[in-house]
Design a protein around this ligand. Sequence first.
Ligand SMILES: C[C@@]1(CC(=O)O)C2=NC(=C\c3[nH]c(c(CCC(=O)O)c3CC(=O)O)Cc3[nH]c(c(CC(=O)O)c3CCC(=O)O)/C=C3\N/C(=C\2)[C@@H](CCC(=O)O)[C@]3(C)CC(=O)O)/[C@H]1CCC(=O)O
Ligand SMILES: NC(=O)c1ccc[n+]([C@@H]2O[C@H](COP(=O)([O-])OP(=O)(O)OC[C@H]3O[C@@H](n4cnc5c(N)ncnc54)[C@H](O)[C@@H]3O)[C@@H](O)[C@H]2O)c1
Length: 195
Amino acid sequence: MSNPLFPVFLKLESLRLLLVGGGNVALEKLTALYENCPDPRVSVVATRINPQVKEFLLARSIPFQERSFRESDLENTRIAVIAVNDKAVSAEIKQYCASRNILTNVADTPGLCDFYLGSVVRKGALKIAISTNGKSPTVAKRVKDILNESFPAEIDDVLNNIERIRGTLSGDFTEKVKQLNEITSILGKKTDTEN
Ligand SMILES: C[C@@]1(CC(=O)O)C2=NC(=C\c3[nH]c(c(CCC(=O)O)c3CC(=O)O)Cc3[nH]c(c(CC(=O)O)c3CCC(=O)O)/C=C3\N/C(=C\2)[C@@H](CCC(=O)O)[C@]3(C)CC(=O)O)/[C@H]1CCC(=O)O
Ligand SMILES: NC(=O)c1ccc[n+]([C@@H]2O[C@H](COP(=O)([O-])OP(=O)(O)OC[C@H]3O[C@@H](n4cnc5c(N)ncnc54)[C@H](O)[C@@H]3O)[C@@H](O)[C@H]2O)c1
């Protein structure tokens, strides 16, 4: 199988995430987090936090410590993202995370990751995560651009309408699935211009 990764969507409002590092890569990861989740339970520890990152943290009241990582930083942590500029330190922190069963991403270091971040298409409630199994993040970004252009913003209205209808349907599970498939069948149809 050319991509054995299993995709999931995490609820970061309740899963505590620790970001280690306060440089450019940390800022990229923080931006990706906040673009997807406005109020994640995130905190940051880094020996030195660059001014741009500090501005980002202060603007959102994100808790941070400007000092080197300590193992005790992992208490109550469920997920860790490591973005430090020292491979040996990254590997050591990853070990501490593994010993506590914390799911860990070591930015730009696939061999040390339990999971990868994806490129993400967002249209209202619709969210599509893209993975190339680490083969090319740049291609993932390009696929995101293509999908962003191909989905109209109205897809969010469609979702809201169907959600409302879903709440009014009666009958057993099979009957509900049948009705929802019928109502949404137009979405899968190609238009004349696409044929
Ligand atoms: C999707 C995205 C999410 C995010 O980070 O938020 C993401 N990388 C993004 C961008 C990006 N990253 C890099 C470039 C420079 C061009 C290039 O190298 O291609 C660009 C392009 C750019 O910035 O334009 C550098 C890079 N990245 C990795 C390596 C190491 C290696 O490949 O070995 C190196 C080389 C480091 C070096 O040279 O030292 C590894 C990983 N990067 C991943 C995710 C995971 C696999 C995702 C997948 O399956 O595709 C994985 C495996 C682990 C992880 O970090 O989670 C985000 C898209 C943003 C968007 O959608 O706009
Ligand atoms: N910047 C990029 O575009 C880029 C691209 C590809 C790969 N990388 C790699 O990603 C990693 C991070 O890059 P960056 O640009 O963010 O680096 P950076 O130097 O800007 O930031 C590194 C951060 O790690 C912190 N740090 C180092 N040791 C620490 C420790 N023991 N405890 C806590 N914090 C510690 C530093 O204080 C700093 O905040 C590097 O390995 C780099 O080679 C960066």
